[in-house]
Ligand binder design. Structure first.
Ligand code: SF4
Length: 346
């Protein structure tokens, strides 16, 4: 059976006129080279030779429709044979909210682009301005409407822990983004990279990045908010590689950040189920794929529950859905002086 895999091609915005405080312009204009159409074909052929079809060809970098128009079209042209043959299901790209207009979207659609992701980052104009984004939230809203109008899938990307942002403003942004009904979300906690304005602010003590714990706490709340709204979060946390490892100075980067957040959601779900229950032993039923998240990294969830008097063991139950929890008190088998959820009290 063929494996589905997206091909991700990073398209840097050489000569970008903007000055986002978290962005390393030098890396973009110096060390990163722009992919050529041949690189698109090569990536597609490699995926096909590995038997990986059915995914999307994704042009990332955040400014796809802001790069030179002929260059953008040359990349879309290179992808065409693989879309027409059905080997890949479509093309997705990420761009800035102020680099979207009906003519550009019509062009993208004619080349088989099925989803456009907007680097929206925040719904608060003050924060967008402080971070040098160079666009407003009104432009994000307009871009969302235009993408919908064009019949293209809509993705939104937001950042957390931005310069000047509080957890409260991030939560407000998430609520507003939910109201825009994107098909997908990506959430990126801000990290401080070398050669950025943010690095200077950090060194002067004017910017204090979130800790991994703080970011995980906030992002778990955001993740739950989007999940409850039926909006899939297809990425949470920065990828390893892509320049982050070499350029990292400070901030909430963790190789398994999503798992940290999902673990916190399970801790909340279990606590909500056990609230008002007496201290004692409990069996917690979760989907089999979710056991490690429910237990928490280094068993932190079990330790936190035990500190509240609930001695829990987690078991996989195929009848329980993802992000669903069932709890059951364990009965003490007095005649044997031991416990077990299957044993009846004697
Ligand atoms: S993140 Fe900002 S500064 Fe960096 S390339 Fe994108 S728009 Fe330009």
């Amino acid at each position: 059976m063929p494996k589905h895999r997206n091909i991700a091609i990073f398209v840097p915005h050489l000569g970008c006129p903007h000055r986002c405080v978290f962005c390393d312009q030098r890396a973009i204009s110096g060390t990163l080279s722009a992919p050529a159409p041949e690189d698109v074909r090569r990536a597609a052929e490699i995926a096909l030779s590995d038997g990986e079809t059915g995914g999307e060809i994704a042009f990332f970098g955040g400014s796809f429709t802001a790069v030179d128009r002929d260059y953008m079209v040359s990349l879309l042209e290179a992808a065409q044979p693989y879309i027409r043959s059905g080997d890949f299901s479509g093309i997705r790209c990420s761009t800035r909210p102020d680099a979207v207009d009906p003519e550009t979207l019509g062009l993208l659609k004619s080349y088989g682009v099925t989803a456009v992701e907007l680097g929206a980052q925040s719904a608060d104009d003050g924060i967008l301005q402080k971070n040098g984004r160079g666009h407003t939230f009104a432009q994000t809203k307009d871009a969302c409407a235009m993408i919908r109008e064009a019949g293209i899938g809509l993705g939104l990307q937001m950042m957390t822990g931005m310069y000047g942002e509080t957890p409260g403003s991030a939560l407000r942004t998430a609520e507003i983004f939910c109201g825009l009904r994107p098909d997908t979300m990506r959430i990126y906690p801000t990290v401080v990279l070398k050669n950025t304005v943010l690095a200077q602010l950090y060194e002067r003590g004017e910017y204090v990045p979130q800790t991994v714990d703080e970011a995980a706490e906030l992002c778990a709340r955001l993740l739950r908010l989007f999940l409850d709204a039926g909006i899939p979060v297809i990425r949470l946390g920065l990828h390893s590689g892509g320049g982050v490892d070499d350029s990292y100075i400070a901030g909430p980067w963790h190789p398994a950040f999503r798992e940290l957040c999902e673990g916190r959601i399970y801790l909340s779900l279990i606590s909500e189920r056990l609230r008002g229950q007496p201290e004692g032993r409990y069996t917690v039923h979760v989907a089999p794929s979710e056991i490690s998240k429910a237990v928490g990294q280094k068993r932190t969830n079990l330790a936190a529950l035990a500190a509240r008097g609930w001695d829990c063991r987690v078991t996989g139950d195929p009848e329980v859905g993802v992000f669903e929890v069932r709890t059951q008190p364990e009965r003490i088998c007095r005649s044997h002086g031991s416990n077990g959820s299957q044993r009846k009290e004697s």
